[in-house]
Design a protein around this ligand. Structure first.
Ligand code: ZN
Length: 134
């Protein structure tokens, strides 16, 4: 776009402005894509002695009871967070972890050998870790 000002041409939008706008738009789109894809990619995985015994969607509220010969743990998924709300283990440490919501975080119940872990889609993990490392 050009405008006549005091008899000479003045460029209103420079090449730098266009590049800046393109960069802003690019990162806005990447952010939107991550935001749109991530909730579907996150799952709550329950491991018992290293073996995956259950899997729940993190974006879907629910109360699940995991039982094993040692006892039970009640896993509550609510509003994108997960916590152990009830357990009959000897120390009750798992219930004191509070709610976790990020990929990679976990709740451990040592007496029962149970680990509740949030896992994500590997592709999205790669994008996020790249973004955080920059
Ligand atoms: Zn426990």
């Amino acid at each position: 776009m050009k405008r006549i000002e005091n008899g000479k041409q003045v460029k209103l939008i420079t090449k730098g402005d266009i590049l800046l706008l393109a960069a802003v738009a690019f990162f806005a789109i990447i952010g939107l894509v991550i935001w749109l894809i991530q909730p579907q990619g996150e799952v709550v995985c329950v491991y018992r002695n290293g073996k995956r015994i259950a899997e729940y969607a993190l974006h879907k509220d629910g109360v699940y009871t995991v039982t094993c010969e040692a006892g039970f743990n009640t896993v509550t998924v609510k509003g994108g967070t997960v916590c152990v709300t009830e357990a009959d283990c000897s120390n009750g440490v798992c219930m004191r972890y509070g709610a976790i919501s990020r990929v990679g975080q976990s709740i451990v119940c040592a007496p029962h050998g149970i680990t509740v872990k949030i896992e994500g889609n590997s592709g999205i993990d790669a994008i996020l870790s790249w973004e955080f490392s920059v």
